[in-house]
Design a protein around this ligand. Structure first.
Ligand SMILES: *Cc1c(COP(=O)(O)O)cnc(C)c1O
Length: 245
């Protein structure tokens, strides 16, 4: 079967959905409580059309311009939710607010201020997740949450973000480092859940409902640990092109 066979994408999409449901049931969770975000970065719009035809409703992109190009080319489909999952530079904050439906990767106070400014100007309230670095890997973006001794300090910044009227802070997001065995990602996901508990206790007026964690290699483990959103690319769409520039 060739890699661009639409049946293959549809089958892989279905089999990921089944595995999500299976894992949820096995851990006593409700399958519908876990939202699948299909990560389409590095794929051509024709391939993305195939996954939309297979039923995908939530698509994730890492790069502002690449994502917006696709959003414009796929306007014929209604009801698609576009998720920004990558680090955003300040100067791209406006186009992200204008074009995306939810931002998983809010990773510092400065970008929160930019989003607030533009969401205000565009008169919209934008759902965001706070990206947390819970592994301590230097290459990772996100609030420094790997050491619980730092959590109290993070409360100040997080409270400032919660005070912004045009941002709707729905929860947390993390990315586990690449491991040779998926099981090794478990403590990373557990730490994000611990941090979520800490926030629920210290800032109970915010619901902290969503946990965006788990990718192609480790999503079952993330679901076992409480993920409400999984971001899956390769397992559905196959290998992708490397980002340009
Ligand atoms: C690329 C990417 C994913 C998807 O990774 P796959 O291994 O293709 O499933 C998920 N989350 C983020 C933040 C990514 O950059």
């Amino acid at each position: 079967m060739s890699i661009s066979d639409p049946n293959q994408i549809s089958e892989q999409y279905q089999s990921v959905l089944e595995k999500i449901a299976e894992t949820a049931v096995k851990t006593g969770r409700i399958p519908d409580d876990i939202k699948l975000v299909v990560v389409t970065k590095g794929h051509e719009v024709n391939r993305i059309r195939q996954v939309i035809d297979a039923g995908a409703k939530r698509l994730g992109e890492n790069y502002a311009e690449e994502g917006i190009g696709k959003i414009n080319q796929l306007k014929e489909f209604s009801g698609i939710e576009w998720h920004m999952i990558g680090h955003v530079q300040s100067r791209k904050a406006e186009m992200v607010v204008q074009n995306f439906d939810i931002i998983h990767s809010l990773d510092n106070l400065k970008i929160a201020e930019r989003y607030e400014q533009f969401a205000g100007q565009w008169n919209k309230k934008i759902p965001v997740l706070l990206e947390c670095n819970v592994s301590g890997e230097e290459s990772k973006f996100g609030f420094s949450a790997w050491d619980s001794n730092n959590w109290d300090k993070l409360l100040y910044e997080i409270k400032e973000i919660l005070n912004k009227p045009h941002l709707d802070v729905c929860g947390l997001m993390t990315m586990a480092p690449y491991f040779d065995e998926a099981e090794k990602a478990r403590p990373i996901f557990q730490r994000l859940v611990e941090f979520q508990k800490f926030l629920k206790m210290n800032i109970p007026q915010n619901p902290w409902k969503e946990l965006s964690m788990g990718m192609s290699s480790d999503y079952s483990i993330a679901i076992e640990e409480g993920a409400t959103m999984v971001r899956i690319g390769q397992a559905i769409l196959g290998p992708r092109n490397q980002p340009k520039g």
